[in-house]
Design a binder for this molecule. Structure first.
Ligand SMILES: [Cu+2]
Length: 367
C-alpha cells in the first residue's frame, strides 16, 4: 500500500518536472560547433477564443537575451517549433521573431542593429557561406523577441521555438567577405512598423543616409497584401537602385517578394554623402481604410568599403533609447505617439502585437 502511494508521489513529482501550463518561458543558447541553437520555451499555445474570422491573438514569450559563446561568422538560420515531447509542430505557429544586437548600430540609423527576423511565411534563409559572413564576437549579446500565434486549431502545451543560427568559426580562409545586415523601413526611425492603409493608390516613404560607404550585396523586402512594389533609390542622383515586387501563388495570394542578389554584379555602391529613399506603394481596392494594413521595409546585407570604421553605438542617443524601449516592450505604438513619451506599456496592452517588424530574412526566393 505504502509502496503504491510512494510510486504515485514519484510519478506526480516526475510530472511536475515536465513543462507545465503557466511556466514562464526562458531563452537559452546552445553551441554545437556549427550552430548556435537559441531555444525559447516552454510556451503554452492555446486555441484562440474565436477561430472563425481573422483572429490574431498573439503569444509573447518574455524578451530574452543570450550571449554569443564563441567568435564566428553567421551565414544562415533555420527554425522549428517543437512540442513538450520534442515532436515538430507546424512552423506557422511562428508569427515572427527578431534577433537584435544592442551593442552595434544600424547602417542607416543610430539604433540597435537588427541581425535577423523571420515571419511565418519565411522558412530558413542562407547566404553563400564561402563568400559572406556576419562577424559575431564572444561575449556579445543578442536580444530575442518572439511572437507566436495558433492557426492550428489545436492546443499545444510546453512548446518551444528553436532558432538555429548557422556559423563558421574564425581562423578559416572563409568567409571571404565580412558583411552586415541593414534595413530601411518606411516607418523608421522607431516604433511600430505597421501603418493604416487608405483606400486607393497610396505610398509611404522614408529618407536617410548610411553611416559608412560600401556596397549593398543583397536586398530583399517585406510588405503586405495589396502592395504593388517597393523602391529603393538614390535621391541625390535621382536614380532607382532596386525595385521589389510581390510574388503571388496560384490563388493570387501574396506568397513572397522578389529578392535582389546584387553581389552577382558585385553590389550597389552607397555613400554617406547621398540621401536614399525607400518607398512602398499600395493599391487598396477594398474601398476602406485597413487599420495597420500597410508595411514596407527593404533589408539585406552590406559590405563596408575598405578602411571604413563602423561608428560605435551611442547608447545615450535619445533615438537609440526610444528604439530600445520599443523592442524591449517598455513602450508601444507608432513613432508619432512614442516620440513624445507616449505609449507606455501596461499589463493589458502588453498582449497586443507591439513589435511587428522584419528584415531581409522575410524575403522570398522568386521562383
Ligand atoms: Cu509585416
Amino acid at each position: 500500500m505504502n509502496g503504491l502511494r510512494q510510486f504515485a508521489t514519484v510519478a506526480l513529482l516526475a510530472g511536475i518536472t515536465q513543462p507545465l501550463a503557466g511556466q514562464e518561458a526562458t531563452t537559452r543558447l546552445e553551441d554545437t560547433g556549427t550552430e548556435f541553437i537559441i531555444e525559447v520555451g516552454p510556451v503554452d499555445i492555446p486555441v484562440p477564443m474565436e477561430m472563425a474570422g481573422h483572429d490574431h491573438a498573439g503569444i509573447f514569450p518574455p524578451i530574452g537575451t543570450v550571449t554569443v559563446p564563441t567568435d564566428g561568422y553567421l551565414y544562415g538560420f533555420d527554425y522549428e517549433v517543437v512540442d513538450a515531447q520534442g515532436n515538430e509542430l507546424p512552423s506557422n505557429i511562428v508569427h515572427h521573431f527578431n534577433i537584435i544586437d544592442p551593442d552595434n548600430r544600424e547602417l542607416f540609423l543610430p539604433i540597435s542593429r537588427r541581425i535577423m527576423a523571420a515571419g511565418s511565411e519565411t522558412g530558413g534563409q542562407s547566404m553563400p557561406w564561402l563568400l559572406f559572413g556576419l562577424p559575431v564576437t564572444r561575449g556579445q549579446q543578442m536580444v530575442v523577441s518572439v511572437m507566436l500565434h495558433n492557426p492550428t486549431g489545436e492546443e499545444h502545451l510546453g512548446a518551444a521555438l528553436r532558432i538555429r543560427l548557422k556559423y563558421t568559426k574564425t581562423g578559416r580562409p572563409w568567409p571571404f567577405f565580412s558583411v552586415y545586415p541593414y534595413q530601411v523601413d518606411v516607418a523608421f526611425p522607431a516604433g511600430d512598423k505597421g501603418f493604416d492603409l487608405p483606400p486607393g493608390v497610396s505610398s509611404k516613404w522614408y529618407e536617410t543616409s548610411p553611416a559608412v560607404a560600401g556596397r549593398l550585396m543583397v536586398m530583399g523586402s517585406h510588405f503586405h497584401e495589396l502592395a504593388t512594389k517597393i523602391v529603393f533609390e538614390d535621391v541625390t542622383e535621382n536614380k532607382v537602385l532596386w525595385e521589389g515586387f510581390p510574388v503571388e501563388d496560384e490563388d493570387g495570394e501574396l506568397a513572397g517578394v522578389t529578392i535582389g542578389r546584387l553581389y552577382r554584379k558585385f553590389g550597389v555602391k552607397i555613400v554617406p554623402e547621398h540621401t536614399y529613399r525607400v518607398t512602398v506603394f499600395y493599391d487598396n481596392t477594398t474601398g476602406e481604410t485597413i487599420p495597420d494594413g500597410g508595411m514596407g521595409v527593404v533589408a539585406g546585407v552590406f559590405m563596408p568599403s575598405r578602411g571604413q570604421d563602423w561608428p560605435t553605438t551611442d547608447k545615450s542617443d535619445p533615438l537609440y533609447i526610444l528604439d530600445r524601449n520599443h523592442y524591449m516592450r517598455v513602450v508601444r505604438g507608432r513613432y508619432d505617439l512614442i516620440k513624445d513619451g507616449g505609449g507606455a506599456v501596461s499589463e493589458t496592452t502588453m498582449k497586443m502585437d507591439a513589435d511587428h517588424e522584419h528584415t531581409a530574412a522575410t524575403a522570398h526566393e522568386n521562383r
